[in-house]
Design a protein around this ligand. Sequence first.
Ligand SMILES: Nc1ncnc2c1ncn2[C@@H]1O[C@H](COP(=O)(O)OP(=O)(O)OP(=O)(O)O)[C@@H](O)[C@H]1O
Length: 387
Amino acid sequence: MAAARVPDPDLARLVERALGGVLDPEIRKPITELDMIGGVEVDAAGAATVRVKLTIVGCPAADAIERDVRAATAAVPGVTAVTVDVSVMSPAERSALTEKLRGGRAARVQQFGPDSLTRIYAVTSGKGGVGKSTVTANLAVALAERGLRVGVVDADVHGFSVPGLLGLTDADGVAVRPTRVDDMILPPVAYGVKVISIGMFVDSASAAVAWRGPMLHRTIQQFLGDVFFGDLDVLLLDLPPGTGDVAISVGQLLPQAEVLVITTPQPAAADVAERSGVVARQTGQRIAGVIENMAGLAQPDGSVLELFGSGGGAEVARRLSAGQDEPVPLLVSVPLSVPLRAGGDAGAPIVVTDPQDPAAAAIRGVAEQLATRARGLAGRKLGLSLR
Ligand SMILES: Nc1ncnc2c1ncn2[C@@H]1O[C@H](COP(=O)(O)OP(=O)(O)OP(=O)(O)O)[C@@H](O)[C@H]1O
């Protein structure tokens, strides 16, 4: 059937347009913009051949991309059969892509400079175990659920738990390894959030804990430079508890970051929580607010079990407000919640799986406050001209 081999350029154009709706699951951009389509042909009988060029050999997203390309092509009216021909980009094509993704920015230059439009929140706490990572992970997902482009940097060297909290671990609890395209690192995505964690680069949970300051500083620098986050609305950093090297590095690298201080209601914890806020302020960061976690648990009889006392969050906010022009608000009090803990253990954040749970509702409330806050412009150049 000679006629069947005659190409149909109009149909090929329609297929190309349809492929604009296929996203690379790791880079989160249309594959057409990433130059991953090597060509589309459709013959007169409607048989389409799509050539896909993956970024790297063994690309973990290969199956998803091939499936989505097949589905998008088959959905074009007039297409009767689909062949997807998969190959890998040449080194030159790959380096053109990484350069394009960086927007001309040289490798290792950090992408969240002072003119970046991304709102950055460093989440800190005075001591460990107050639920900083749990709140950060759920907050990130709640922000993504609101349609924001969200990234998380898990810089908690002592307890990099964000991959586990968002289901980015294997059956043994080992964090997934990010894909690398040359020197660009693609952050794994979970629940719409791009995540990078110290836990994704070490072989055992205890390995990173011994890192010294300079090593930690370089790692944070690499996260901010080599990890492809793309345009983000919000970046959350889960810092180690206390006032150590990582907090100081983040303060130096991201002076425009705002700080969220997490504390429990225990009045005795207020001192250390206050100190973590004060150190952030010393590096020029602004404190966006205090989040009290592990507050009273409602009992079936209507009473409230205050396992960790009460008032700690308000006390930290009060102390951090002293002498400031603008008071530091207590943003929310997140109650103790068995589903919040269980969701964390299962890698399924309750802001998605159980949004009516009081703790989930509280965290979603913070997401709403942060999403609707005007971006602080203090000290920034406004690219405006008055007419
Ligand atoms: N509101 C809550 N209700 C019940 N359990 C909670 C709550 N918040 C956190 N948890 C649980 O408390 C434990 C500590 O939480 P998480 O690891 O998030 O704390 P952290 O402050 O990040 O600790 P570290 O900084 O030491 O890593 C976890 O088991 C978590 O599931």
